[in-house]
Design a protein around this ligand. Sequence first.
Ligand code: NAD
Ligand code: PRE
Length: 366
Amino acid sequence: MEHQITCGFIGLGLIGGSIARALRQYHPDYRLIGYDVNREATALAVSEGILDLELSSISSEFSSCDYIFLCAPVSFNDENLLALKAYLSKDCLLTDVGSVKSDIHRHIKELSLEDQFIGGHPMAGSERTGFANSKALLLQNAYYILTPTASVRKEWVEKYRELVTSLKAIPLVITCEKHDYITAAISHLPHVIAASLVNLVKEEDGSEGLMKMIAAGGFKDITRIASSSSDMWQQICLTNRNNILTLLDHYMEALSAIRTEISAADGERIYDFFRSAREYRDSFINASSGPIKTSYTLSIDIADRTGSIANVAAILADHNISIKNIGILHNREQQEGALNIEFYAEESIEKAAAILSESGYPIHEK
Ligand SMILES: NC(=O)c1ccc[n+]([C@@H]2O[C@H](COP(=O)([O-])OP(=O)(O)OC[C@H]3O[C@@H](n4cnc5c(N)ncnc54)[C@H](O)[C@@H]3O)[C@@H](O)[C@H]2O)c1
Ligand SMILES: O=C(O)C(=O)C[C@]1(C(=O)O)C=C[C@@H](O)C=C1
């Protein structure tokens, strides 16, 4: 009988859940088992057909695994690894999903598990947590960084690369040290900046809360990630301290430089500051990363009147166009319309745009 691949999960939240969903979608023949301190997460995963088996502890069931994904918050990795070591088969590829890699590599070395460990980090996520928010699409077209130890078998690195590719993510092999410096710049420091900016506005806002009330696209774009898990970001700051401090120092120097230029009313340098950032940022747009856009949404301006939404829905129904989702934009962050309509297919969006436009609704395709 052919060997059935078994994947084990310790922690089945946003990231563990998303990997499990992608494995279920692209490898329906794999057996997926999981343990989470929150039994609701694993119970939900079983009821949705994502897990084949939910476990109430780290037990001998894990000895049948070909892959084990450590997906609990990183602060629990030490105790979970200790518990797991007793059951770990030598043929199992052990990996994690933590946002910082050097410290897990250190634990792995302390536990003499280097021969079977490849660090993993999908460069995708969300400000939300928990299995209920997980989705296979999260991994689609996202870079998935692999940090193999020096002694892990090369075939296993290849095997893991292939698995990541099969889940529609893009594998990238680098050292854990390089990973930690890069992510400090493009992920960890931005989270510190977003949170500090939100805290600044909280302090500066008057008692009427006008800043909070009128904050529009700019503020919201740059601060979405300030809604992320405080536990997770506390752990990241504590485990990647030196890299974050180095980059924070560079950033403070850059802020100080632009402060000097604004203070000196040096128009040319201020212009150059924004031009250089714009040019570099624009060069990111076609870079491959993040989920491929598969939502077909348009937004339209509607009058703030009873029956406006019903009218739009009736026009679409008359033309046999199904609506997948409909929602009101409470503020016009990007000067866009006030009603968001999502369709099932690209053809529908084109047809709907033409019909609604003919009926006098200004359209903004997203
Ligand atoms: N959220 C992101 O954007 C993101 C992206 C990439 C990587 N990561 C990394 O993924 C890891 C998990 O993050 P997440 O966003 O999935 O968090 P999450 O809170 O959504 O999921 C963590 C899960 O672990 C469970 N858990 C808690 N303690 C446990 C324990 N002792 N044993 C077993 N399970 C336990 C929780 O019940 C929860 O279901 C973090 O270490 C983070 O660095 C997060
Ligand atoms: O999109 C988000 O909400 C994220 O913050 C995801 C993000 C990131 O900084 O890009 C956060 C932490 C992870 O380690 C990887 C990805």
